[in-house]
Write a protein that binds this ligand. Structure first.
Ligand code: ZN
Length: 689
């Protein structure tokens, strides 16, 4: 055996000992030293390249997109249940359908992202996400970057490796990784991740395996995909439990906490036992999956259109934990609403670090009798934002402080008004309101000023460089470049960082570009009450510019679809307020366009040549990444030309615009024989109108 082979084998084995057997025999330093030796040898012998070498966990350049993979065995999702009664009913159904008693295996439902990993003759060849169950993204390069995923399998003693082994499982972010990453992000002044599963999904979509590697993801197998000749102790594998044992022998991590049950009672007992223990696991588990053990029984039970009949997922109720309420801050929203936000001692609940929760309003605080210093119970279930459920009265200390509504706005000091349970600051010049309104104004779905994130908005306001919306369009790049922010490094050192010339220039360029967004986007950005996307678009179709809109009476405005007798006078009043007068004048002076592009397009194509326009009346679907147009702009321009842009492909679709990464929609379009364009073709057509 050559030294290269020897090192590869040794390093794979060390990895397996660590991730599968939990019995490491090599220190990290030793591992790194041998890995460096292998890398040097491989560099000297390029003919020995192997994508499954331990050195290739992060190989090559970032990719530009994902290719679609069709699953040979569909990746189905399992039906959820929340009650043990439902679980018992499932058990009875299976027993009845089978006509005999059966065994099932309960294993933890790890809260991660489903993956299918394919090995051929023991070598990892492909990994794909679930996608729509039929086709998913090829994420092989990213999956290789995860240490817990074996690149080559260990042959069982005296037996051959299975020719094809597709394992299904879960990629997840262990609690320790989640906390470490958030620590790093906090120190770097970046927003923290809210949820480990969402971070995992986002990480797998990264085009750079080095990013995946840095996130410390892990893997556990729990399902069978397309397999050929998987054996255990020389016999073909016929049950799930044996399949898990076979995986372990091959060096693939499995939960190790699976329980075999032969009755519904045993199953419920296992779920209850595990429910108590799961909080201590190193990763988030939101339930248990119960699966029929024998593959023959599974085949007899079959599948529905969506899910297998032989499996059911029991989900635990929302996780609750006690913590201490430390303070309540009143946050001023862009409409002047004052919302109470609790700060608590941090706790990890359902895989998420929770430190803050909204308390909704003052009446809610009094109803729950929350006091500063109280021990409170916080609940969080998966996607749901954390809630303070109740106070633990038994733990109330004598000095717990009742919460009073603020008499004055914490931002401007003006008196607060109360409407029902809600508190408002009605001062139009309130700095905090303006901060929120400005963040909205420059935001991605409004004026969309490139490079102007929330943090930089804060810096601009704090430095006094922006006092009104128009100031965004007359920033002096030299002054922006000098703005500083402070952050703390890993070693606890304070660093003051300048925005710098490059970023400053790009913000100014972004603002310059945003001047031409047009009437609809501008109307929506200004923070006018009742002015949503649909109404802003409707106004821009009906009026050539904002000046013309301002000559309209409330009755005129009511002629527009969906503008009623409450909203019309309100919008009319907002459009004519002295503050709006000044804002619009200043915006116009800085060169921001008040004109409607959709009105022009409508006039240009109507009334005598409506059918000449290519897009008029066509139903168009956008899918995949667009490079030079963002999706919203593309939609607007298509709509301005009379197209209807929808989200799903059907036989009524006329045209699909597909960018890189286009998936099931593109496949469906091809299947239905619908015309497909790339972005370049779209741009040419848009230019021609
Ligand atoms: Zn205020």
């Amino acid at each position: 055996m050559s030294r290269i082979d020897e090192l590869r084998e040794l390093l794979h084995r060390a990895n397996r000992a660590y991730y599968v057997d939990a019995a490491p025999f090599m220190s990290d330093a030793e591992f790194d030293r041998l890995l460096a030796e292998l890398a040097a040898l491989e560099a000297a012998h390029p003919e020995r390249f192997d994508p499954n070498s331990p050195t290739q966990r992060v190989g090559g350049e970032p990719s530009t997109g994902f290719v679609q993979v069709t699953h040979r065995v569909p990746m189905m999702s399992v039906d959820n249940t929340y009650s043990t009664d439902d679980l018992r009913a499932w058990w009875d159904r299976c027993e009845k359908a089978l006509g005999h008693s059966f065994a099932a295996v309960a294993d933890p439902k790890v809260d991660g992202v489903a993956i299918s990993i394919r090995y051929e003759h023991g070598r990892l060849v492909q990994a794909a996400t679930r996608g729509d169950g039929t086709t998913g993204d090829d994420v092989t390069r990213n999956i290789r970057a995860i240490d817990a995923v074996p690149l080559v399998l260990a042959a069982p003693e005296g037996a051959a490796l299975p020719p094809v082994l597709e394992v299904r499982g879960e990629i997840f972010m262990p609690n320790a990784s989640f906390e470490r990453i958030n620590d790093e992000r906090r120190r770097a002044g970046e927003p923290e991740f809210m949820n480990a599963r969402n971070s995992t999904a986002g990480t797998l979509k990264s085009l750079d395996p080095a990013v995946v590697r840095s996130r410390g993801l892990s893997f556990v197998a729990h399902g069978v995909g397309h397999v050929e000749d998987v054996t255990l102790d020389g016999r073909p594998v016929a049950t799930y439990l044996d399949f898990l044992r076979a995986l372990r022998t091959l060096g693939i991590p499995v939960p190790g906490t699976e329980v075999r049950c032969t009755s519904a009672d045993e199953c419920v007992a296992a779920i209850e036992r595990f429910g108590a223990a799961r909080a201590d696991l190193a990763y988030a588990v939101d339930g248990m999956v119960v699966k029929v053990d024998a593959f023959a029984d599974r085949a007899a039970l079959g599948v529905t259109a969506k899910s297998p009949r032989w499996a059911v997922a029991f989900k635990y109720p929302a996780e609750r934990k006690p913590t201490v309420l430390r303070s309540i801050a009143w946050q001023v929203g862009k409409g002047g609403t004052l919302t109470p936000r609790a700060t608590m001692d941090p706790v990890v609940i359902a895989g998420t670090k929770v430190q803050h929760a909204t308390l909704h309003n003052i009446d809610e605080i009094h109803r729950k009798d929350l006091r500063i210093g109280d021990t409170v119970v916080v609940e969080k279930a998966g996607e749901i934002i954390p809630q303070v459920v109740e106070v633990d009265r038994a733990k109330r200390l004598a000095d717990a402080l009742p919460v009073e509504p603020p008499a004055a706005c914490p931002s401007c000091g003006e008196p607060v008004t109360k409407e029902g349970p809600k508190l408002f600051c009605t001062n139009a010049a309130c700095p905090e309101q303006f901060r929120e309104r400005l963040k909205w104004f420059v935001g991605r779905n409004q004026m969309d000023i490139d490079g102007l994130g929330e943090k930089i908005v804060d810096q601009l306001l704090d430095a006094g460089l922006v006092r009104g919306f128009a100031d965004v369009f007359r920033l002096d790049p030299a002054r922006v470049a000098e703005l500083t922010s402070e952050s703390v490094t890993k070693s606890g050192k304070r660093v003051v960082r300048k925005i710098g010339g490059k970023t400053a220039e790009s913000i100014v360029a972004g603002a310059e570009q945003a001047k031409g967004r047009g009437m609809a986007r501008l109307l929506e950005s200004l923070g006018i009450r009742h002015m949503g996307t649909a109404s802003a678009k409707a106004f821009a179709r009906a009026y050539p510019d904002i000046d013309a809109l301002r000559t309209a009476s409330p009755e005129d405005l009511m002629q527009i679809h969906d503008i009623g007798e409450v909203t019309a006078p309100s919008i009319h009043a907002d459009l004519h307020s002295p503050a709006m007068d000044r804002t619009l004048r200043e915006l116009r002076d800085t060169g921001v366009s008040m004109a409607s592009t959709s009105f022009q397009a409508r006039v240009a194509s109507a009334p005598d040549t409506p059918s000449d326009a290519f897009f008029a009346g066509k139903t168009v679907v956008l899918t995949g990444e667009l490079e030079s147009l963002d999706r919203r702009t593309a939609t607007e321009r298509l709509e301005a030309l009379g197209a209807k842009v929808t989200g799903s492909v059907s036989k009524n679709t006329h045209l699909v615009i597909a960018g890189p990464g286009a998936g099931s929609k593109l496949a469906k379009a091809t299947e239905l024989g619908i015309e497909v364009w790339d972005e370049a073709r779209l741009l040419r057509a848009l230019a021609e109108g």
